[in-house]
Design a protein around this ligand. Structure first.
Ligand SMILES: [Zn+2]
Length: 309
């Protein structure tokens, strides 16, 4: 038995398989990514706590001779075990290595792949159908997000995707929708473009704000940033039902039907979530990057087809 193997056995450390499973679950609970272990002390401790490791197990150090420089290198055994488990998950293509993730997100992190995401759902006994509602990042979806963020604004933009099919959701179409959501929410800094509301869940895993299609999915609207706008749930509903729309100069339009409504409608205490935009010529909050501004072809379609003038 190797020196490392003997140490692991003597200290009754968890098995590699157990650590692999704990890593997948931790990745899932951390929204799909965790820092590489050298930089992520909190995660290293958090997983150690899951196994209730004692002080000896946490502080054990492996000593190896680094022949090139003829010196002794000391590595914490627990870090080494975590690394070996993550490395094995990477070989099985269940996670991406920090060296690959950094090319996508500029962060040195371990990230779930789609297969790793499925595996984590299995371990947690979460039905696969829940996947599309979860904001968990995956390497493949981040690739889509990167592409959406980096595609230059075309001279002529058609907000319709003629190829779009409705009959059955494929793995690709579900990934595209998840990529669309993440790209739009990120572009708007997680804020509602109408009211500016920005709030996440107490576990920090998800945002209240949603990515709304301007030309909706049901009219074959494209899943890209130019056909998207981040909206809180109330304003998403008001936008989809035609109470609100957006002018080409980004002014918020309010349906004249609002004048026919009784005054106690649409009020949340003193806040009137539709009328508030009536006379102010308020403009939507726009993304930082001009390339991600909603496109006038999509907004025009919405005004002509969805808005109740
Ligand atoms: Zn809002």
């Amino acid at each position: 038995m190797s020196y490392e193997g003997k140490m692991l056995q003597d200290l009754k450390m968890p098995t590699r398989k157990e650590v692999e499973q704990a890593l997948l679950i931790t990745l899932f609970n951390c929204n799909g990514t965790i820092k590489e272990f050298a930089a992520g002390e909190e995660i290293v401790n958090e997983i150690a706590n899951k196994f209730s490791l004692n002080e000896n197990q946490r502080s054990a150090v492996l000593e190896r001779i680094y022949h090139k420089e003829n010196r002794i290198v000391k590595t914490p055994l627990w870090h080494r075990l975590l690394y070996r488990a993550a490395d094995s998950l990477a070989k099985e293509k269940l996670v991406s290595r920090p060296t690959s993730t950094i090319l996508l997100t500029n962060k040195k992190e371990w990230m779930l792949t789609e297969n790793g995401f499925d595996e984590a759902l299995k371990l947690l006994k979460i039905p696969p159908s829940h996947k599309k509602f979860l904001p968990t990042k995956s390497f493949e979806v981040q690739k889509i997000v990167k592409k959406l963020m980096e595609t230059p604004r075309p001279e002529y933009y058609n907000p319709f995707d003629k190829e779009k099919k409705f009959a059955k959701s494929t793995r690709e179409s579900l990934m595209r929708v998840r990529g669309f959501r993440q790209a739009v929410i990120e572009a708007y800094d997680c804020k509602c473009a109408f009211c500016g509301l920005k709030i996440n869940a107490p576990d920090s895993l998800s945002w209240e704000v949603e990515a709304a299609h301007i030309v909706p999915h049901s009219s074959k609207g494209k899943d890209d940033v130019l056909n998207g706008v981040a909206l809180c749930r109330l304003h998403h509903w008001a936008f989809d039902t035609g109470w609100l729309s957006i002018e080409n100069d980004f002014t918020i339009q309010v349906s004249s039907k609002i004048n026919l409504l009784s005054h106690d409608y649409g009020k949340m205490n003193h806040y009137d979530f539709i009328r508030i935009f009536s006379n102010q010529h308020s403009k939507i909050f726009l993304p930082k990057r001009k390339d991600a501004y909603p496109h006038q072809n999509a907004m025009t379609w919405h005004r002509e087809n969805k808005f109740c003038n």
